[in-house]
Design a protein around this ligand. Structure first.
Ligand code: GLC
Ligand code: MG
Length: 745
């Protein structure tokens, strides 16, 4: 039920021209996300992406076209982390907020463990939106897990979605296999296969893929089979220009420098003074992780080999945070050891600083400003850099940059003209390039100013939000195209988001059996169809449902619950039904069909049905009534610790389904997902496989011609036993509950 889609569903809605009416929903599931004091670096899942999504949400919220931004993340209620993460709603700005959704329990978990619970997240988002009466205009998933979620919500609600990977499974797989991990290890530790499958699926169905650099498209997305199916838009992330304000603000006496920065400056000044003979010389600064690919050794060599450079400048290397080099992992240990050896080799004492720690939020911006104040440069000496966020942050404060002539830095220098690129593997060239900037006042000033201005033009979140909305403008409101991408002609959400009543009936011997009554029922149902959803819940497989619908001229239901509640499909287009994959993944829990068949093999009183014996989540036998036999089956299955549910009906059919499945549970799931209350749900049936759906909070109707096994429901307050048979019994029940108008004019 997307906005503006009423008369002709699916037609492109009117574009909002200058109106503040867009509702955007962002998804970023893992890690610890909050509006203030992000715990960046606390663990592998709480890093750049969490900062990116919070800042993006805030910036989009401030865009003149945007009415509301919701950033969905996981609700974590766990003593080991701050109670901030268990607040369901946290405002970010006037028009933006974090919405925390439950999935996979309360505990904080690493991202690889969230996969089995993603469908739960999807369902809770659907429910949240329906409760709050929200119809978002665009969804945006971040990273594979939230990409999956956005994809499913998009499919269910018929709203286009875009995707940002941040990093990709395929690249990770390659680098892990270079490190010698086997596929089995990668699956176990990183759930790598499932991630890549989800990413392939997203590339096929997302309206746009938003990336930070061209490099990402060429080197990472290109590794995917569906690479060509996606449309890519490069929009660099913004940086927080208030934190990375220009160094010369500090020279203005009217500027009130924030206290944390004053303290950080104090501390860093003192820290560097411990290392340098002359702390006022121009500063060559680098800040990066101690990773061999960052080529810090190259920078130290460049400095060490260049006596002139040593004479005019100091070098400071901030390489991560450490207590003891001994306790670092091998790669880091190696890098740091090599740095110390190089310092000794070139005798850089007094000119070279290698501090042990720094704080990223206040000290890093101050370090950049210190380098700028001392007319220094910021160097990223990595061999290649996919993006180079530190170069942009440095530029923002007014320090000129030197970076690798490969990857993201190329975009940065092209946009800002604020420094020079060099083949960083060539230590001599690197040294000369740095020197050339340090000795030329005029160039230095030009680069410095260009950096400050260029970042505000190209790399602020405000600029990002503008480019973002411009580039997704073609898909906003284009519901049909998005639905087609998912292979359905209409998203169930278009129907269900507006419904608050549902009638769900069994087919055989309930809906069908008396053609005349059926015709009457259909007339009544269709008359009320606008307000009341129509569903069937049956033992039949989907194919057999289709058969009977055609044979009896029954209108296509809004929802088909088939194979004894193990499959859920949404209408109304029989040729393009959309399968509820959330239900599928929910019931697949501990379902071992081959094992079940195997252990029951020697019971010759069980005969596998030939017409409809096996579905993904249902095994059906023919069996004559016999209490002892049923007991034997239970005994056998529990001997093997198998999880299952056994349903016997009509004194003839024995269905074995997953423990989480049944017609009743499927209806309960639907009600929860689409927020339709049990007391607004009427169900009707006649036999054993209806028992569970008739028992409970819903308005139940048992038709007159019911099977004996259902007698035990009699006397139950919420179960109405009709006198009439088949569809006439349903009509009688509708009247009994005054569920809808049965008058046919
Ligand atoms: C339908 C199905 C069959 C099942 C029976 C009872 O007839 O085709 O497989 O056993 O319903 O649920
Ligand atoms: Mg029946």
């Amino acid at each position: 039920m997307p906005k503006n889609v009423t008369a002709k569903e699916g037609e492109k809605s009117q574009k909002s021209d200058g109106k503040k009416d867009l509702h955007l929903q962002l998804f970023s599931l893992h890690g610890l996300i909050r509006g203030q004091n992000l715990e960046l670096g606390r663990d592998a899942d709480t890093g750049g992406q969490t900062k990116y999504v919070v800042e993006l949400a805030k910036a989009l919220g401030e865009h003149p076209r945007v009415k509301q931004v919701d950033l969905f993340t996981r609700l974590i209620d766990d003593k080991r982390v701050s109670s901030d993460y268990k607040q369901p709603i946290e405002p970010l700005g006037e028009n933006s907020r974090i919405v925390r959704i439950r999935c996979g329990g309360k505990r904080y978990m690493r991202k690889e463990l969230l996969w089995p619970s993603l469908s739960e997240f999807v369902d809770n988002v659907i429910r949240f939106n329906k409760k709050e009466k929200i119809t978002p205009d665009l969804l945006h998933g971040h990273y594979a897990d939230a990409g999956y979620v956005a994809r499913q919500v998009s499919k269910l609600m018929g709203i286009p979605y875009v995707f940002t990977g941040h990093s990709l499974g395929q690249s990770k797989k390659n680098s892990l296999s270079n490190k010698g991990l086997t596929l089995k290890q990668m699956k176990e530790k990183f759930n790598i296969e499932e991630r890549i499958i989800a990413e392939e699926d997203v590339l096929r169905t997302a309206a746009h893929v938003v990336v930070s650099t061209n490099h990402e498209i060429d080197k990472q997305y290109s590794l995917y089979k569906n690479f060509d199916k996606a449309s890519y838009t490069v929009i660099p992330p913004g940086i927080d220009v208030d934190t990375f304000y220009p160094y010369y603000y500090d020279h203005d006496e009217n500027w009130h420098k924030p206290e944390p920065f004053i303290q950080a400056r104090e501390k860093m000044d003192r820290e560097l003074a411990r290392f340098f003979y002359n702390k006022d010389k121009p500063l060559i600064l680098t800040i990066c992780r101690p990773d061999s690919r960052k080529n810090i050794q190259g920078l130290i060599t460049a400095f060490g080999e260049n006596k002139e450079l040593q004479a005019i400048a100091n070098l400071a290397v901030f390489a991560g945070i450490r207590k003891e080099i001994d306790q670092l992992d091998d790669n880091e240990k190696e890098v740091l050891t090599e740095m110390l050896l190089l310092m000794d080799k070139y005798d850089l004492y007094g000119k070279f600083a290698l501090p042990k720690k720094h704080d990223p939020t206040t000290e890093v911006p101050e370090l950049f400003r210190m380098a700028a104040d001392r007319q220094g440069v910021f160097v990223n000496s990595a061999f290649s850099e996919p993006f180079g966020i530190t170069l942009i942050e440095a530029a923002s404060t007014g320090v000129p940059i030197v970076g690798p002539d490969d990857g993201g830095p190329q975009d940065i220098v092209k946009n800002c003209q604020n420094g020079q690129l060099v083949d960083t593997s060539d230590a001599k060239a690197l040294g000369e390039t740095i020197k050339s900037i340090l000795i030329d006042q005029e160039t230095w000033r030009e680069y410095s100013n260009n950096g400050v201005n260029g970042v505000r033009k190209h790399y602020s979140w405000e600029a990002h939000a503008h480019s973002f909305l411009e580039s997704v403008d073609d898909v906003i409101g284009d519901y049909t195209k998005s639905t087609k991408k998912h292979g359905v002609s209409q998203a169930p959400g278009w129907r269900f988001a507006g419904l608050d009543k549902m009638l769900i009936t069994d087919i055989d011997d309930t809906l069908v059996g008396d053609d005349e009554a059926l015709e009457q029922f259909i007339t009544i149902m269709e008359k009320n169809r606008k307000e009341v959803g129509f569903g069937v819940a049956t033992g039949r497989s989907l194919e057999l449902v289709e058969e009977i619908l055609a044979e009896k001229n029954i209108p296509v239901p809004d929802v088909i619950i088939s194979s004894v509640g193990t499959e859920i499909y949404y209408g109304p287009d029989l040729k393009n039904l959309s399968h509820d994959s959330g239900w599928r993944s929910h019931i697949s829990y501990q379902w071992k069909p081959s094992k079940i068949k195997e252990v029951l093999k020697d019971f010759d009183f069980l005969v596998l049905q030939d017409r409809d014996g096996e579905r993904d989540f249902k095994i059906s036998y023919n069996m004559d009534p016999n209490e002892d036999h049923i007991a034997m089956i239970h005994q056998r299955l529990s001997d093997y610790n198998l999880r299952y549910q056994l349903i016997y009906s009509h004194g003839a059919y024995l269905d074995i389904v997953p423990s989480r499945a049944s017609k009743g549970k499927a209806i309960q799931y639907l009600g929860k997902k689409w927020d339709i209350a049990p007391h607004n749900t009427l169900v009707s049936g006649d036999s054993g496989n209806d028992y569970e759906m008739l028992y409970g909070q819903r308005l139940a109707v048992v038709v007159g011609n019911h099977a004996p096994e259902i007698e035990k429901l009699r006397g139950n307050r919420r179960v109405y036993f009709a006198d009439s048979n088949y569809a006439a019994g349903i009509i009688e029940g509708i009247q009994h509950y005054k569920f809808m108008d049965t008058q046919s004019e």
